[in-house]
Design a protein around this ligand. Structure first.
Ligand code: ADP
Ligand code: MG
Length: 363
């Protein structure tokens, strides 16, 4: 597959604040890429730079073999063969759905017959039959969303950019639309660059996920790899590994397979998947991350576990969320079929491939 979009060392600053700290990435033709990251990490800024709505301070944006953006020169969005669907859809309120959708073709001075042909195609793709004469205010959120996508698709752009396209829809519709959109874009072989703060949206839509953290990229991988092999503590936390122990210590002399390391935690030690730098020194402080649903409480010690005391059990329907405290007075959660009493003692067991070890960041 050909590379359609390439960013080299893209940097952006607002005042003294660095928003993008040197972004490098490549997108292949027909791929759906989701940029995932917490609010404020620079996702929209990145998208706007790719669209040419914002200028970059340094670096380059390439579409196929043409440089479209650098400090010296920048092409407008129409000249880049890109279209964008905005977070709030940005439909023109004074135009009927039909005119909103046709706008891009009118700007290009497309012939009437061809316009009608393309309109028919996108109407059928997005199930907009019967809605063309309505104004945006007469359409539901989901219908406005479809109109916005039709408007973006009608000019057959090389790349479609989507900025949090589902966040204005209610939960049920969001779940339906994300799979529907992924199917539509895959069937059209459209290249999509999509940004979201919602991991489940990225999982449902993306061929590859780019996880952003404070203006930098932490990981670029297939969704499943980001999930089972999160390269940084931030990625793990974002993807559900909310349990975070800060008092781990690296045991350098312990024999273990390359992918794993032995971590001392209080009076016990356990094997964890290692995301440590090769040159990490003995006795370094480590952070351990794992998911509440991927650990379990037991009364007896049976390996790869740490001693804990129960703090609280809360009913979640079908199961209890149990908060426990470790010897080092750190709290973690697990899920349990039965209620556990406060003060009960036992162990939290975590399979070695479900607990991730990272070098602890200097604070
Ligand atoms: P995201 O889309 O990931 O939520 P944004 O790219 O919108 O993040 O914003 C990243 C950071 O840049 C935020 O701290 C935001 O306040 C700041 N920012 C965005 N646009 C501007 C602007 N035009 N002027 C100054 N600061 C901005
Ligand atoms: Mg944003």
């Amino acid at each position: 597959m050909n590379t359609i979009l390439k960013l080299k060392n893209v940097r952006k600053q607002y005042g003294k604040k660095e928003i993008l700290k040197g972004i490098d990435l490549e997108v292949k033709e027909g791929e759906i890429i989701s940029v995932l990251g917490p609010s404020g990490c620079g996702k929209s800024t990145l998208l706007n730079i790719i669209a040419g709505i914002q200028n970059l301070d340094d670096g380059e944006v390439w579409i196929y073999d043409k440089e479209v953006s650098s400090r010296q020169k920048t092409l407008r969005i129409e000249e880049r063969n890109i279209n964008m669907v905005f977070q709030d859809f940005a439909l023109w309120p004074h135009m009927k759905a039909r005119d909103n959708i046709l706008y891009g073709l009118k700007v290009k001075k497309t012939g009437k017959a061809q316009m009608e042909e393309r309109l028919e195609e996108v109407v059928s793709l997005l199930h907009l039959e019967g809605l063309l004469e309505q104004y945006p205010s007469e359409l539901s959120g989901g219908q406005q969303q479809r109109v916005a996508i039709a408007r973006a698709l009608i000019t057959k752009p090389a790349i479609i950019l989507l900025d949090e396209p589902l966040c204005n829809l209610d939960v049920q519709l969001r779940i339906e639309m994300r799979t529907e959109m992924a199917q539509l874009f895959h069937s059209l072989k459209t290249t999509v660059f999509h940004v979201t703060h919602d991991p489940s949206e990225a999982f449902a839509m993306a061929d590859r996920i780019i996880v952003m953290n404070g203006g930098q990229i932490d990981q670029i991988d297939k969704p499943i790899m980001c999930y089972i092999h999160p390269k940084t503590g931030m990625v793990a936390g974002l993807l559900g590994a909310g349990n975070c122990l800060q008092e781990g210590v690296y045991l350098s002399d312990a024999a273990c397979e390359e992918e794993y390391c032995i971590v001392r935690y209080g009076s016990h030690s356990l094997s964890a998947m290692s995301f440590l730098p090769k040159d990490i020194s003995a006795d370094s402080n480590l952070e351990l991350r794992f998911r509440p649903e991927e650990c379990s409480f037991s009364k007896e010690y049976a390996g790869n576990a740490i001693p804990v005391t129960v703090v609280m059990s809360s009913f979640e329907g079908g199961q209890y969320r149990v908060k426990v405290e470790t010897e080092n007075a750190e709290s973690v959660c697990t899920l349990c079929r039965q209620f556990l009493n406060e003060g009960e003692k036992g162990y939290i067991y975590i399979r070695e491939d479900k607990v991730y070890a990272y070098e602890k960041a200097d604070i």
